[in-house]
Design a protein around this ligand. Structure first.
Ligand SMILES: Nc1ncnc2c1ncn2[C@@H]1O[C@H](COP(=O)(O)OP(=O)(O)OP(=O)(O)O)[C@@H](O)[C@H]1O
Ligand SMILES: [Mg+2]
Length: 346
């Protein structure tokens, strides 16, 4: 069974082919046009997807060493995301599927992130057989879910304001870094002192507010943003430049401490011995290290996708379609499905 997956929810145009659930190709074309604007411009994103979609899909099929006529199923992101961007990939996928007479499976982008740690490559033995706590940390979402291997999940916590990726990107922008700043802060932090400045860790045991953090799995990063802004305004530019790695490391530590504390606390509370971390921020080297250390201390098994499957990619879309098919949970022939912009927390 060959599945073609297509992903265009934000600023990556991506197509992947999976054969019997294993990745044969995963082409990702990132849009650099947005750098000049310091964030993604929705209309430009849609136009770039339109420009790139045909060649990206062709490359995915060529790299998989198959023909279009060898495809059995088409899957595509139906949301959440930038509505125009989602529409480009969804309409293209539906058009291609219809012309080839194939079943079409719509895939929720955030659910695809949740299950991305279980993307199979040839020779892989990763199995989705146990319940797990999923920390999904991306540019637009930060949430903790209790997930079962049948693909059911309950969201037990989420951000009440900014996403973790957004916190990286916006504090990075304040420091003069390009968009997306997450990977740049990660790189700078390698050379910096994470204890150089104590930025706030809201709704955790480190928090100075009276609001209870116990059994509270929600996140808040807007206070961190304000705190970084105040810190930059209170110090001169030369000081900030000189200590850029230390400030980056301190910001990263503030974000990571919150993510690790809440995720491990959720695993203990729900008596689940597996944690997975997904979404663009799961590529962060500091988060990977600290989460691995905390999980080891509690005897919890940690699964994180390879960095290429952390940020937006079509392999995760095709992979969730494949998991749904294997469990008899795929909505096939959904040619009337409409694109949607925001995630419905259940
Ligand atoms: N190494 C890294 N360290 C920290 N953040 C990172 C790293 N790599 C990527 N990111 C962040 O990941 C985010 C992008 O992730 P992703 O592509 O999953 O988000 P998105 O698709 O834009 O949002 P969503 O999935 O919520 O719709 C950006 O905020 C980026 O800064
Ligand atoms: Mg994403």
């Amino acid at each position: 069974m060959n599945i073609l997956g297509i992903e265009t929810s934000c600023d990556e145009t991506s197509a992947a082919v999976l054969q019997k659930g294993h990745v044969l190709s995963n082409i990702i074309s990132s849009q650099f046009i947005h750098k000049t604007y310091g964030g993604v411009v929705p209309e430009l994103a849609s136009r770039e997807h339109e420009r790139l979609i045909v060649s990206v899909v062709d490359r995915a099929i060529i790299e998989a060493n198959i023909q279009k006529t060898d495809l059995d199923i088409i899957a595509a992101t139906s949301g959440p995301g930038l509505i125009g961007a989602v529409m480009v990939g969804l309409c293209f996928a539906q058009g291609l599927g219809y012309s080839l007479g194939l079943p079409f499976i719509p895939v929720n982008h955030i659910e695809a992130h949740i299950f991305s740690p279980f993307i199979q490559e040839s020779g892989d033995r990763k199995a989705l057989s146990e319940p797990f706590i999923s920390l999904t940390v991306s540019g637009g979402h930060t949430m903790l879910s209790l997930v079962d291997p049948d693909l059911h999940y309950n969201v037990i916590g989420r951000t009440i304001d900014d996403a973790a990726g957004e916190a990286f990107d916006k504090t990075g922008k304040m420091l003069g870094l390009d968009y997306p700043a997450g990977p740049l802060i990660d790189k700078l932090a390698e050379e910096g002192d994470p204890e150089f400045h104590l930025f706030p860790r809201a709704l955790t045991s480190h928090s100075r507010t009276s609001r209870s953090y116990r059994d509270n799995y929600d996140f808040s990063f807007s206070g961190l943003k304000t705190s970084v802004l105040n810190y930059i305004e209170q110090n001169d530019r030369a000081f900030i430049e000189k200590h850029l790695p230390d400030i980056a490391a301190s910001i990263q530590a503030a974000i990571i401490d919150v993510l690790v504390e809440k995720t491990v606390a959720a695993a203990i509370k729900y008596k689940v011995m597996n944690i997975s971390v997904a979404g663009g921020v799961s590529a962060n080297s500091g988060l990977r290290k600290k989460m691995a250390f905390a999980c080891k201390e509690q005897d919890i098994l940690l699964t994180i996708p390879k960095a290429v499957y952390s940020t937006d990619n079509a392999a995760m879309i095709a992979s969730l379609a494949s998991l749904k098919l294997a469990r008899g949970r795929a909505e096939q022939n959904s040619y009337d499905v409409a694109p949607f912009a925001s995630f419905d927390y259940c």
